[in-house]
Design a binder for this molecule. Structure first.
Ligand code: SF4
Length: 339
């Protein structure tokens, strides 16, 4: 039985007899209703106003980004975009046969020391993009045939995304929107995104606050992640697919298994099963490798890949927690059309 708590989403779909399946022909992206009612425009105005005293994420910097001032996330008035392309490295239910239309934002509000996108998140690779340019990227990805628009590291640029999305919808955007986040978001931001995002994809990284302090300088991360993931679940419910196995709507939680279990895999999986239900869709990722500031001299305890045994234990923890919907991938085809 599907449970969509947000009336703004549930009214648009009719479920098939199978759980977690909906007819593609009955699906419309969530944002269309907000756009048609004028609510999206009001959200854009509210979101831009919030940039004047930025507390869009738990860092609570309070700077005026409309005046191009910046703080932890090093992003002022305009979003920095590092790349946009059809991504074939995402989960099968997102990449499908034509790729996930990914837009990577530069800079980050979290900046893990082991970041696997270090040049983007720490060095801000990319260029500041005006709303019109960002809208054109979305439409280009739609023209390429991508199955969705996948915003990667969107936490610090929610107003800029809304501003551009409105332009893209005016010009014909109709793809589901994926919000691909570290889960270090604020409830204010998620309220702005309620009814806009079709698929929330938070990566729940750490359970222990001291480890979150050591690796992300964010001891409040575990609490923030629990709070925001609960809210994401409230907005969109469990992940549902069309008849071809493509995700259309719902929550997909990622968790990267770390060396020495520093992430707290068992606690995170048990929390997910207990708080959100055993049918929550989870991707237990095994691809950690040392990157960013991790080296043979710094953070040496995580300067290795995980072992097969560590991953096996993580899978056992998922089964023990009762989680029934773990992501499985077909043999990987890691290629992309770069733009
Ligand atoms: S979005 Fe950036 S400026 Fe705003 S509170 Fe977060 S880190 Fe600070």
């Amino acid at each position: 039985m599907l449970s969509f708590s947000s009336a703004s989403l549930g009214w648009r779909m009719r479920t098939t007899s199978q759980p977690y399946l909906i007819d593609r022909k009955n699906f419309e992206p969530a944002y269309l209703r907000l756009y048609e009612s004028g609510e999206l425009n009001r959200r854009v105005e509210r979101a831009l106003e919030k940039l004047t005293d930025c507390r869009l994420c738990p860092r609570d910097c309070g700077v005026n980004r409309l005046e191009n001032k910046f703080a932890v996330c090093k992003t002022g008035r305009y979003a920095v975009v590092s790349s946009h392309f059809a991504h074939f490295g995402e989960e099968d239910c997102l990449r499908g046969t034509r790729g996930s239309g990914t837009i990577f934002f530069g800079w980050c509000n979290l900046r893990c020391v082991f970041c696997q996108n270090y040049e983007l998140s720490w060095l801000g690779e990319g260029h500041a993009s005006q709303p019109d340019e960002l809208a054109r990227m979305m439409l280009y990805l739609q023209e390429l045939g991508c199955h969705n628009i996948n915003f990667v590291t969107p936490e610090h640029v929610v107003p800029q995304i809304l501003e551009a999305l409105q332009l893209a919808i005016q010009r014909g955007l109709r793809l589901p929107v994926v919000y691909n986040t570290s889960a270090y978001d604020s409830l204010d931001s998620l309220e702005l995104m309620d009814g806009v995002v079709d698929i929330y994809m938070p990566d729940f990284k750490f359970w222990d606050q001291e480890l979150a302090r050591r690796y992300m300088k964010a001891p409040d991360y575990p609490e923030a992640a629990r709070r925001t993931i609960r809210e994401m679940h409230r907005q969109v419910g469990p992940l549902v697919f069309d008849e071809n196995g493509l995700a259309l709507q719902g929550l997909l939680i990622r968790h990267l298994v770390m060396p020495g279990d520093i992430g707290g895999t068992r606690q995170i999986l048990e929390w997910i099963a207990r708080e959100l239900g055993p049918s929550t869709y989870v991707d237990l990722m095994d691809q950690y490798y040392p990157a960013g500031k991790v080296s043979g001299t710094d953070y040496v305890e995580i300067s290795r890949r995980i072992t097969p045994k560590e991953y096996r234990l993580a899978l056992e923890a998922a089964r023990h927690a009762g989680l029934r919907r773990l992501d499985e991938r077909a043999p990987a085809k890691h290629f992309a059309i770069w733009q």
